[in-house]
Ligand binder design. Structure first.
Ligand code: ADP
Ligand code: MG
Length: 310
């Protein structure tokens, strides 16, 4: 059966640096093209950890040496990362589709994701970003409005909030392009975080978890399936312990139970299981799959991965 799929790419699908990304997107594009060739309608989302770190670092370094170069707001860093990753990915995917004689256009959409200014995450920014600063530099940056925190005796770092996605501003464009049979790359890096101020959308000092943003997108475009591609073939309980057990399926009640027991690491597997469960819970019939990039095809055929459903 042909499905509407949101395909969320993890860090290993994109590599860690410029050359690594250029190489990684080739393999990634093969996995995406496999699903498209089967007739599935695919929307691609992706993370941006190393890339947004690199962009932020470059501007920080420039700001340190050149008085008039500003540090970039986090929202702008995410926007740049969407453009940079989207370019490599749409370039490689286009080539893969052309070489398979599939006449399907690919487009990257710069995507804003609304977050709530009252989200508790803004009161407790916790995600460290970029390089280390001295106490004096940190004081100056604090005066400029950045939140700086001492990081384990290594110096001061900028920290940002990780709020929940509320709305995807460009969702109608995603739907329109999908209906026209385009492959869309969207909510890159979890989307550009924006807060609503009347008619104005104000860039927020935050990063949105890409697994959460992908689940939100999947809900909003009424996808049949959310596939989260990462570095492991399946989700495990007792991960890394002698009694580790890989899971083929995960019910919503088991997911809740295992989350409470602390089986999934915060910041890595936890947001995936939570986002997958939230999507599966949002409507009967919706399913989420967590597996590895090169197992996507087998996973969708029900042969591997961890399937989360009601
Ligand atoms: P991505 O870049 O794809 O988001 P992450 O590193 O954030 O990847 O998360 C995937 C990682 O989560 C896996 O590579 C694995 O090391 C780790 N992990 C933590 N807990 C679990 C678990 N219970 N089962 C499987 N993997 C887990
Ligand atoms: Mg991750």
């Amino acid at each position: 059966m042909k499905k509407k799929i949101v395909l969320a790419l993890g860090g290993n699908a994109l590599g860690n640096d410029l050359a690594g990304q250029m190489q990684a997107v080739k393999q990634t594009s093969q996995a995406i093209a496999d699903l498209i060739a089967q007739g599935h309608q695919v929307v691609v989302t992706h993370g941006n950890g190393p890339q947004v770190g690199m962009i932020n670092l470059a501007f920080e370094a420039a700001a340190k040496t050149q008085a008039h170069t500003p540090m970039l707001p986090m929202s702008v860093c995410v926007a740049l990362s969407q453009g940079y990753i989207g370019y490599d990915l749409q370039n490689a995917l286009r080539e893969e589709l052309v070489s398979r004689k599939l006449d399907i256009p690919v487009a990257t959409l710069i995507t804003q994701v609304e977050v709530d200014a009252n989200d508790d995450a803004f009161r407790h920014p916790s995600k460290p970003i970029g390089s280390f600063f001295s106490e004096q530099e940190a004081q100056q940056l604090t005066q400029q409005g950045y939140v700086m925190k001492e990081d384990a005796g290594r110096g001061y770092r900028r920290v940002v909030a990780s709020p929940a996605p509320v709305d995807i501003i460009e969702k109608q464009t995603v739907k329109t392009l999908m209906e026209a049979c385009h492959v869309v790359i969207t909510v890159g890096g979890g989307g550009i975080p924006v807060v609503r101020e009347g008619h104005h959308l104000h860039g927020a000092s935050a990063v949105i978890d890409k697994d959460w943003a992908s689940a939100k997108l999947a809900e909003m475009i009424d996808a049949d399936m959310l596939i989260i591609l990462t570095a492991v073939e399946k989700v495990a309980i007792n991960f890394g312990k002698p009694n580790q057990q890989w899971l083929d399926t995960l019910s919503l009640s088991d997911a809740e139970h295992f989350i409470a027991e602390g089986h999934f690491a915060a910041g890595s597997m936890l947001p995936k299981v939570q986002a997958a469960a939230a999507f599966a819970r949002s409507r009967p019939g919706r399913k989420a799959l967590i597996t590895m990039l090169d197992k996507a095809k087998e996973g969708i055929a029900g042969q591997t991965g961890t399937l989360i459903s009601q």
